[in-house]
Write a protein of this length. Structure first.
Length: 629
């Protein structure tokens, strides 16, 4: 079946742009500009730039032009390295590496050029407003109250300058007049969220008589403002509205400065407000970020999980803060990555259960005190609060106990039903059962009852053995497999949910970006976004060269088969892809282990061995699934 497909030559030509970049940029040279690499047999090693370590566990494999850190378990090619290092999306990384390699990219469409020029113009406008507000704060007599306020809040001059804090004059048109003098139109200022249109016509400055707090994107470019009223004006805090540059559901305040600190401490502390980020940063606590007045979103967590798998929520202890914490915890459980581990049913059949690949904790703040106040009063106390943060299981359990009478049978049942998914998320089996016994004892239940319930839910994930289906025709290898997989999904988008459900029933993760190499990853993301947001335009999501590749795949002719036949074929293709990639990863890890053993690097050997064991388990799961096809 798969051999019946005709490869579109346009896809090959366009994808060769990525190949050209890889041919012209050697991974050793590229990474060597940022990491001190030492020759180690056929490989090179160094200290990982993404987490703190004393013994090198970061390996570069020249033969395959790939890299992997066995300490933080990150890896990939030159594109993923630049994306991780600079916090870039794939498109930006492609443009940067194409520039370095002197590889021309396909010319952008007029619409794309216009959109990019408009975005750059808005960024320039916002930057001009940042400079204007900051100059007012530092020099204007009218800003004395703002300067006094920041001094009372504990801000040092260098912190004010680092975050480029500012002041907006308490007038209706000061900013508008200033920006008009710089050549920015009223329409542009409205689009940037700095002016408000009057109902009867005309405009006025959105921010007046406030301390101004610039908001930056992950690359450190100003995109919006937060603000703080100086008197009794409401709201006390006010943000820019949504603009082409600013979507508060996707922005974390302080992330552009906190990325390095999060990597170094291997933890992200999530607080509520601007001051809770800036004052601790001033005191040296540089792994703290804050959502923009919203609960944690999927976009927030996906940005953070590229930096760490440890999350500490330090939110207000009032009812609203607790509600936000619980909401954030549930979002995290749904979004963060999982490992799949074997479980057994009563008949000895093997199934697989997802264990959360993250540690989530909750820091309980003293009543009436925010993180910035705690840090100013006693930095050691803040450190203690973070260090003594509660595991999510214990925090949620205590909240449930406070919300009803735990002596009531219905309350006991509700608490147990709520806690079971959290218990299943715990990686360590001993820790998981210890918490189960603690919950049972507190509720006055027999621990065996709760443990039986827990194991019963695990057995529900056991694999249902299917009847063998006939062998398909020869499966393509390498990038052809990825192209083939995307081609089918582009033709039959309804297959995704059923295939993901089937993969999950086999104990495997759904289809995701890790199933594709660098170039096809971008097409996968764009297609996925179009499924969720059909109103998006393709040229907003992909550069022209990738659009051509995607169109080439979608134009291929497919044989007429039933959806159930396509489903089985897609599952098999995914399994073949994963089998190949897992074998390659195991081979790399085994070579790294041999090198570490020959050089007597005892400290890094357990990390590499653990990686080999994990990959081997995943490979066995894939092979078991393939044998059932």
């Amino acid at each position: 079946m798969q051999g019946m497909l005709r490869r579109d030559p346009r896809a090959k030509l366009v994808m060769s742009v990525i190949d050209q970049i890889k041919e012209r940029l050697d991974i050793v040279d590229l990474i060597g500009r940022h990491v001190h690499l030492q020759k180690s047999g056929r490989y090179l090693k160094g200290l990982c730039p993404f987490h703190t370590e004393k013994t090198p566990s970061f390996f570069v494999f020249p033969d395959t032009q790939r890299w992997h850190c066995f300490g933080c378990n990150r890896g990939g090619d030159i594109f993923t390295f630049i994306m991780e290092l600079e916090g870039l999306d794939f498109r930006s990384a492609l443009e940067e590496l194409a520039r370095q390699a002197n590889v021309p990219l396909v010319k952008r469409t007029p619409q794309q050029v216009q959109a990019e020029n408009e975005a750059e113009r808005l960024r320039s406008l916002i930057a001009s407003a940042v400079e204007y507000y900051h100059t007012l704060l530092m020099t204007a007599p009218q800003a004395r109250q703002a300067r006094d306020y920041l001094k009372r809040r504990g801000f040092k001059r260098e912190t004010v300058e680092l975050f480029q804090l500012g002041y907006s004059l308490d007038t209706w048109d000061a900013l508008r007049t200033h920006l008009l003098g710089l050549g920015y139109s009223v329409e542009e200022q409205i689009k940037a969220g700095l002016l408000i249109e009057r109902e009867g016509g005309g405009t006025y400055d959105r921010f007046r008589g406030r301390v101004m707090i610039p908001i930056y994107d992950r690359r450190g470019r100003p995109i919006a403002f937060g603000s703080r009223a100086l008197g009794d004006e409401q709201p006390k805090y006010m943000n820019s509205p949504q603009t082409p540059l600013f979507d508060k559901s996707k922005v974390l305040f302080g992330l552009h400065l906190a990325s390095r600190g999060i990597r170094e401490t291997d933890a992200a502390v999530i607080v509520e407000g601007y001051m809770d980020v800036m004052i601790p940063y001033q005191a040296g606590y540089r792994n703290i970020v804050a959502p923009m007045g919203t609960a944690l979103t999927e976009a927030h967590l996906k940005q953070l999980q590229r930096l760490t798998r440890r999350f500490i929520l330090a939110l207000d202890p009032d009812s609203a803060g607790i509600h936000g914490t619980l909401q954030g915890l549930e979002t995290a459980r749904q979004v963060l990555d999982r490992d799949w581990v074997p479980v057994f049913d009563a008949r000895g059949l093997v199934g697989y259960e997802g264990r959360l690949k993250a540690e989530i904790r909750v820091a309980t703040l003293p009543d009436g005190l925010d993180p910035d106040e705690i840090v100013l009063q006693d930095p050691q106390r803040w450190e203690s609060i973070v260090e003594q943060s509660q595991p999510v299981v214990r925090f949620v359990f205590r909240q449930l106990l406070s919300q009803g009478n735990p002596d009531e049978p219905k309350t006991k049942s509700r608490i147990v039903d709520t806690m079971l998914p959290l218990l299943r998320d715990i990686q360590d089996s001993i820790e998981r059962e210890a918490y189960a016994q603690e919950i049972a004892t507190t509720l006055g239940l027999d621990p065996r009852t709760l443990l039986d319930r827990l194991r019963a839910t695990e057995r529900a994930a056991a694999i249902r053995v299917e009847a063998a289906i006939r062998e398909r025709q020869r499966t393509p290898t390498g990038s052809d497999l990825e192209a083939y997989l995307l081609t089918i999904l582009l033709h039959h988008p309804d297959l995704l949910k059923t295939v993901d459900k089937r993969l999950t029933s086999l104990g495997l993760r759904p289809i995701d970006e890790h199933d594709f190499s660098t170039g096809y990853q971008m097409i996968w993301h764009a297609w996925h976004q179009l499924l969720e947001q059909p109103e998006c335009e393709l040229d907003e999501l992909l550069p022209p060269d990738m659009i051509e590749t995607m169109q080439g795949l979608s134009c291929e002719a497919l044989p007429e088969l039933s959806l159930s036949q396509w489903q089985r074929d897609v599952v098999r293709t995914v399994l073949r892809l994963r089998e190949r990639k897992l074998r390659e990863s195991i081979q790399e890890a085994q070579m790294a282990l041999t090198t570490a053993q020959s050089e007597g690097q005892a400290s890094v050997q357990p990390e590499i061995s653990a990686r080999i064991q994990q990959l081997s388990r995943e490979l066995r799961m894939v092979q078991v699934a393939l044998a059932q096809r």
